[in-house]
Ligand binder design. Structure first.
Ligand code: DOR
Ligand code: ZN
Length: 424
């Protein structure tokens, strides 16, 4: 099928036509189908460095198939699947299984992330080499959900992946400082009488790991950065030339710890929602590049794991279908050109580069893969959990009006979303 996307604004530029033929963008020519894209903006397909797909093990919360559909609906063309499944993705067998399921679903490229340690146990390195040479060609390793807390093990992991320019993606949380923690440690946790998760628990690990990465000369990635202090540590490390990259989630760019006062577990997440000052620092870091990437940390949970007492609820929020609208809103003060450029960089190009996904995050020019998403920036949408494509509904944005709507997504010339609906 050849498509003509008529009058589309690439990254907010002047309206032009895009032609898709044989999976790539082409110069003008005949088309089987015309899509009127007046008023729509084309972005390179979004890439998520941090998605929990829950398969194998918790298919009641999400599967590779349902998560892929949710991703496509959100404008994504590639996602990196976190390793904290059951069984854990700590062997070539499990990462290959996830990779194959992703290919079968065929809606986004699913790039498995491998665990750093066996069973996320933090005691013994997993088969990093076997995962790297498997069909899944794993390049990023993470115990996300858990911190690689042992500094010697962290050092060994960094040394091991250096051979193939791999990355250790750290969930920065010093476990001894967060025992029993329920929310951000501050005025609000004191008032609510909930055990706090102090900013220093994140910052202590980032400080340590930046030094380790510098010492070893390896690539380090920091997952879901949540505090102003972390931003400062990253700023200093980058200025010294340490090979460190970092991500922030949409929820940490928008929401604050005072929401915990409702005791609604939909706001429980790890790392926790922080303060206004943290949100301000994270937004600035996203704009100035100290934070490289917006990653969703899409964390679907079954109803019984979320709709219960705060202390028993699992941490995490779904994010794939709301990430772009949240970021559009967060960046609404920027000029349109700056805003689209920043979104393309932080939500597509930079994550594609970090994950080594060469077919993603490219320029939308003739000859390039037709892998992009069409967004209606003028649309506004009230988030309705009942309409979500994900198998889980634990969104903190229910009832919130957010700007922008994904109208279509194409992966290598094939539509995965048309008229705002997943095609499969
Ligand atoms: O909130 C979170 N949920 N943070 C994590 O690190 C793990 C994730 C999950 O797997 O649910
Ligand atoms: Zn995490």
């Amino acid at each position: 099928m050849a498509y003509l996307i008529k009058g589309v604004s690439v990254l907010g530029g002047a309206p032009a036509d895009l032609v898709i033929r044989d999976g790539v963008l082409a110069e003008a020519g005949p088309a089987d189908e015309v899509i009127d894209a007046a008023g729509l903006v084309a972005l390179p397909g979004l890439v998520d460095l941090h998605t929990h797909l829950r398969e194998p093990g918790r298919e009641d919360a999400e599967t590779v198939q349902t998560g892929s559909r949710a991703a496509a609906a959100g404008g994504y063309t590639a996602v990196c699947a976190m390793a904290n499944t059951s069984p854990v993705a700590d062997t070539a067998g499990v990462v290959e299984q996830v990779w194959r399921l992703g290919r079968e679903a065929g809606l986004v490229d699913v790039q498995p992330i491998g665990a750093v340690t066996v069973g996320l146990g933090g005691r013994q390195l997993a088969e990093l080499g076997a995962m790297a040479t498997s069909a899944a060609r794993v390049r990023i390793f993470s115990d996300d959900g858990h911190c690689v807390a042992d500094p010697r093990l962290m050092r060994r992991a960094l040394e091991y992946v250096k051979a193939f320019d791999g990355i250790i993606a750290q969930h920065a949380e010093e476990p001894r400082l967060t025992e029993g923690a329920q929310m951000h440690e501050g005025e609000m946790s004191t008032r609510l009488g909930l055990t706090g998760w102090p900013a220093v628990a994140e910052e202590a690990i980032i400080a340590r790991d930046v030094l380790l990465a510098e010492h070893v000369g390896s690539r380090l990635h920091i997952c879901h950065v949540s505090t102003a202090g972390s931003v400062e540590l990253l700023r200093q490390a980058k200025a010294r030339g340490v090979r460190v990259t970092a991500e922030v989630t949409p929820h940490h760019l928008l929401l604050t710890d005072d929401l915990a006062a409702s005791y609604d577990p939909v706001y429980k997440v790890n790392p926790p929602l922080r303060t206004r000052a943290d949100v301000r620092a994270l937004r600035q870091a996203l704009i100035d590049g100290v934070i490289d990437v917006v990653a969703t940390d899409h964390a679907p949970h079954a109803v019984e794991d979320k709709e219960c007492e705060w202390a028993y609820a699992r941490p995490g929020m779904v994010g794939l279908e709301t990430a772009l609208p949240v970021v559009l809103g967060v960046l609404s003060d920027l000029s349109p050109d700056h805003r689209w450029e920043l979104i393309a960089e932080r939500m597509s190009r930079a994550p594609a580069r970090i994950a080594g996904l060469a077919e993603h995050g490219g320029r939308l020019v003739p000859g390039a893969p037709a892998t992009f998403t069409l967004v209606d920036p003028a649309a506004r949408r009230v988030v309705d959990p009942a309409e979500m494509v994900s198998r889980s509904r634990n969104t903190p944005f229910a009832g919130t009006t957010l700007p922008g709507r994904v109208v279509a997504t194409f992966l290598r010339g094939e539509p995965t979303v048309l008229d705002g609906k997943a095609v499969r």
